[in-house]
Design a protein. Structure first.
Length: 69
Protein backbone atom coordinates (compact mmCIF):
# COMPACT_ATOMS: atom_id res chain seq x y z
CA UNK A 1 0.00 0.00 0.00
CA UNK A 2 1.28 3.48 -0.85
CA UNK A 3 0.17 6.56 1.07
CA UNK A 4 0.77 10.20 0.18
CA UNK A 5 0.50 12.84 2.89
CA UNK A 6 -0.28 16.33 1.57
CA UNK A 7 0.37 19.49 3.57
CA UNK A 8 0.10 23.15 2.66
CA UNK A 9 3.23 24.38 4.48
CA UNK A 10 6.23 22.58 5.97
CA UNK A 11 8.63 24.47 8.19
CA UNK A 12 10.51 22.02 10.37
CA UNK A 13 8.40 19.00 9.46
CA UNK A 14 7.08 18.02 12.87
CA UNK A 15 3.42 17.73 11.82
CA UNK A 16 4.07 15.65 8.71
CA UNK A 17 6.53 13.46 10.66
CA UNK A 18 3.94 12.90 13.42
CA UNK A 19 1.26 11.97 10.87
CA UNK A 20 3.64 9.56 9.11
CA UNK A 21 4.58 7.98 12.45
CA UNK A 22 0.95 7.34 13.40
CA UNK A 23 0.19 5.89 9.97
CA UNK A 24 3.28 3.68 9.97
CA UNK A 25 2.29 2.22 13.34
CA UNK A 26 -1.25 1.52 12.11
CA UNK A 27 -0.11 0.28 8.68
CA UNK A 28 3.44 -1.06 9.05
CA UNK A 29 3.66 -2.37 5.47
CA UNK A 30 2.67 0.97 3.90
CA UNK A 31 5.11 3.09 1.93
CA UNK A 32 4.56 6.65 3.14
CA UNK A 33 5.59 9.75 1.25
CA UNK A 34 4.71 13.39 1.75
CA UNK A 35 4.19 16.45 -0.41
CA UNK A 36 4.02 20.08 0.69
CA UNK A 37 3.00 23.02 -1.46
CA UNK A 38 5.37 25.42 0.34
CA UNK A 39 8.58 24.72 2.27
CA UNK A 40 9.44 27.62 4.57
CA UNK A 41 12.43 28.56 6.66
CA UNK A 42 10.43 29.87 9.61
CA UNK A 43 9.78 33.50 10.48
CA UNK A 44 11.83 35.22 7.79
CA UNK A 45 10.81 38.90 7.53
CA UNK A 46 11.35 39.19 3.76
CA UNK A 47 11.35 36.54 1.08
CA UNK A 48 14.20 37.14 -1.35
CA UNK A 49 13.28 34.47 -3.88
CA UNK A 50 11.10 31.47 -4.56
CA UNK A 51 12.92 28.24 -5.35
CA UNK A 52 12.01 25.45 -7.70
CA UNK A 53 10.56 22.20 -6.34
CA UNK A 54 12.96 20.10 -4.31
CA UNK A 55 13.09 16.60 -2.86
CA UNK A 56 14.27 16.02 0.66
CA UNK A 57 13.79 14.01 3.80
CA UNK A 58 12.24 14.64 7.20
CA UNK A 59 13.25 12.27 10.00
CA UNK A 60 13.25 12.08 13.77
CA UNK A 61 16.61 12.94 15.34
CA UNK A 62 17.13 13.48 19.05
CA UNK A 63 13.41 13.83 19.81
CA UNK A 64 12.84 16.46 17.11
CA UNK A 65 12.33 16.63 13.35
CA UNK A 66 15.28 17.17 11.04
CA UNK A 67 14.52 18.37 7.53
CA UNK A 68 17.13 18.01 4.80
CA UNK A 69 17.25 20.20 2.81
Amino acid sequence: MKLLLVDDFVTKGRTILAAATVLSRALPAAQIQAFAVVRTMGLVPEVEKIRWPIEGEIRAVGGDALREP
